[in-house]
Design a protein around this ligand. Structure first.
Ligand code: ZN
Length: 248
């Protein structure tokens, strides 16, 4: 499969579901930001499809010209490919909790052991250690003309970050924090925190993003503020919004 252009300067280069950009069924969506001069990859998949997404990146740019890989969170479908990215010469950045968990490939902290036990990952899948350089919420990273704001977004798990490109009305790369239709990513895991989630979504609604590029499912290429507002309004009524993951 190949890099699928989704917006000016943005490509979907890995996915577990998108037919055009499919890398491995266990992978999240990974996005390439590239302005002809520099850029970033957002998320790294499980690692199972890393050869393919590296080829997809090469269709667009020389990976060595990227500023690195930005990880939204430490779940293996987003961060498991960090080791492969590093082996390909890319610097990897993430929250300090993500850095700590990946330094030792901590399958407890990241819930990989629990997810593998229930069939989310193949039985022989193992998280591989990687060196992640810490990123703090409120900071900004730049490469070429691509400038990315780093925003703390706990709730789906501890240390979750989202990335904003452009000011108000820009692009929100939301990882597993927000999905199309204003759905959220609640799971029965120890570090999924409902009240922090509500605060995160309220803060993101105030940013009124026009585009929502989530870690799974449909991309929202316009009018995304409506979806984010809907989720925030639900949380404001003390009711968790509908979940992206459905039980039946
Ligand atoms: Zn996740």
């Amino acid at each position: 499969m190949s890099a699928r252009p989704v917006l000016d300067g943005v490509w979907l280069v890995a996915s577990g579901t998108d037919e055009a950009a499919l890398t491995d069924p266990h992978d999240c969506h990974c996005y390439l930001l590239w302005d002809g001069d520099g850029g970033f990859l957002v998320d790294a998949g499980t690692g199972l499809g890393a050869e393919q997404w590296l080829d997809n990146v090469r269709e667009v740019c020389d990976p060595s010209r990227l500023g690195g890989v930005l990880l939204t969170h430490y779940h293996a479908d987003h961060a498991g490919g960090a080791a492969a990215a590093q082996e390909a010469g890319l610097a990897v950045f993430g929250h300090r909790l993500t850095a700590g968990a990946l330094a030792t490939a901590d399958e407890g902290r990241t819930q990989v052991a629990r997810a593998r036990a229930v069939g989310v990952y193949p039985p022989d899948y193992r998280l591989r250690p990687a060196q992640v350089q810490p990123l703090a919420g409120g900071s900004r990273v730049t490469s070429g003309g691509v400038s990315v704001e780093v925003v703390d977004a706990p709730g789906h798990c501890d240390g979750h970050l989202v990335f904003l490109v452009g000011a108000t009305g820009g692009v929100l790369l939301s990882g597993d924090c927000l999905f199309s239709g204003g759905r959220v990513g609640l799971q029965a895991i120890p570090d999924c925190r409902l009240v922090e989630y509500a605060d995160t979504v309220a803060a993101l609604a105030a940013r009124s993003p026009d585009v929502l590029l989530p870690g799974h499912g449909d991309l929202v290429l316009g009018g995304a503020a409506q979806a984010v507002d809907r989720a925030a309004a639900s949380f404001a009524r003390l009711v968790p919004p509908p979940n992206f993951l459905v039980a039946w």
